[in-house]
Unconditional design. Structure first.
Lengths: 114, 320
């Protein structure tokens, strides 16, 4: 799907993102934007960065079910500590960006993540 | 009396490629396993006439002549016929016996015994133990009979062993059946995904291929969230077996008015609360169907909804 994977570390600067839980060593192989859980369940590919405004713990369930290793929360929203702990347990890296989903996805597209 | 065809068959079967059980047995079994033990014997002073009578009563064709368990010679049916012919049937056996006959040892393998029969052409051999005592007598027929007997025994053992294996496998399958049941409360969004989570752990432990694992988890999760969002409460049941996962989501109502409509992509009656949490895309049911190998929804207004889904499992291909 994507031409080349991207390090999560690169996202931190590119998207002015903050690492909420997990590790910046991981890689993403594409991106999926969606706030409707069953849409993500139906269509997202494994190992993508999932961009969403949702912060409920169901996001962690869906991510780990789809083997999505990184979630980017938009508009500066943050998950509560318990949800973050669950994400850590499930091996899901969570980032938060002040950008909107549109802006974040646009920047990723621009640097060549397709 | 001689079952030589069996021996010939064993010899011919050794085409060098497949080793038959009979061929293994002739190397495994010993002369002592096939011989007649405690053979009928006579003393050197016994007349050939008395030996003729012994042969008749015991239906045997050779009688070893012994003294104090030491083998001195052997009288065969041919010797008796000669004696009748030549008129010395009343003379003592030691005068006409074959003295110091060729013998076999009781520890020889049967394959060696067969070779000795072929080499000497005798109908029978006396068998001696390590202390030179006469312990038996053996014919070709005895060897064939022993082989047939042991083949039957092995076959019975194999059948019994197979039965044990089948019983063990059935017991295993029962152990390998995991049943997960969870009551699901209406509106309990925080608990969504419990069964799905547990199921994924079991499937991962079993080395199930990730795609099947993911599909089973999605079906369970979507079924669970539908009960939470759209029903007054129910139960999710997942049965995990080696070959498949079976999911039954049963709720107490209100039921779906038009199931065909609910199955359409994008159709949703989810309320604002559920939508805020990311539900209500109207993609749950169609995706469940896509993820399942068998799928059925039955619903009755005022009674409830029963969703049944099966996902076939296979082991992940190991990269060898
Ligand atoms: N257990 C149920 N009881 C009553 N109605 C149901 C039940 N399950 C589904 N429905 C009806 O079928 C519709 C479609 O369900 P589906 O799972 O496809 O989408 P959804 O749950 O509305 O949204 P999504 O699953 O995408 O979050 C629901 O909106 C609801 O009207
Ligand atoms: Mg649904």
């Amino acid at each position: 799907m994507s031409t080349r994977p991207m390090k999560i570390q690169q996202l931190l600067e590119l998207l002015q993102a903050e690492l909420l839980t997990g590790s910046a060593d991981g890689q993403i192989h594409g991106c999926y934007v969606g706030d409707l859980l069953s849409d993500v369940l139906a269509s997202a590919k494994p190992d993508v960065l999932w961009i969403t405004i949702q912060v409920h713990r169901n996001v962690v369930s869906v991510a780990s079910m789809k083997d999505i290793s990184a979630v980017l929360i938009t508009r500066g929203r943050k998950q509560d500590p318990q949800t973050l702990a669950e994400a850590e347990g499930a091996g899901v890296t969570v980032l938060s960006t002040p950008l909107s989903a549109y802006e974040a996805a646009g920047r990723l597209w621009e640097v060549g993540l397709r | 009396m001689d079952n030589t065809p069996v021996l010939e068959w064993i010899a011919n079967a050794s085409d060098g490629r497949k080793v038959t059980l009979a061929q293994l047995l002739v190397y495994e079994l010993r002369v002592r396993d096939a011989m007649h033990k405690d053979p009928v014997t006579a003393r050197p002073s016994d007349s050939l006439r008395s030996i003729q009578n012994l042969m008749k009563t015991h239906r045997i064709s050779g009688v070893p002549i012994t003294q104090d368990a030491q083998l001195l010679g052997i009288i065969s049916i041919e010797d008796i016929i000669n004696a009748l012919d030549k008129g010395h049937i009343n003379e003592p056996s030691d005068k006409w016996m074959t003295s110091t006959p060729v013998t076999l040892r009781d520890h020889y393998t049967l394959v060696r015994a067969v070779a000795e029969f072929d080499r000497h052409g005798f109908g029978r051999f006396p068998v001696l133990d390590a202390c030179e005592r006469l312990v038996g007598i053996i014919t070709r027929g005895d060897i064939s009979n022993a082989l047939v007997h042991h083949l039957e025994k092995r076959a019975e053992e194999a059948v019994a062993h197979e039965a044990v294996l089948v019983a063990e496998r059935q017991a295993d399958e029962k152990v390998q059946r995991v049943v997960l049941r969870t009551p699901i409360k209406s509106g309990d969004f925080d608990s969504a995904g419990r069964v799905s989570q547990r199921m994924r752990e079991v499937l991962r432990e079993r080395g199930i291929d990730p795609d099947a694992r993911r599909r089973a988890a999605i079906v369970a999760y979507e079924a669970e969230t539908n009960i939470i969002i759209h029903s007054i409460g129910g139960e999710l049941r997942a049965v995990i077996e080696m070959e498949r996962v079976t999911i039954d989501a049963i709720d107490q109502g209100p039921g779906i008015e038009k199931v065909e409509l609910a199955m359409e992509e994008g159709w949703s009656t989810a309320g604002p609360m559920a939508r805020q949490l990311g539900f209500g895309a109207g993609m749950g049911l169609p995706n469940m169907k896509k993820c399942s190998d068998r799928f059925e929804v039955r619903s009755e207004l005022g009674i409830g909804t029963h969703l049944h889904a099966e996902i076939d499992l296979k082991k992940a291909e190991s990269k060898t």
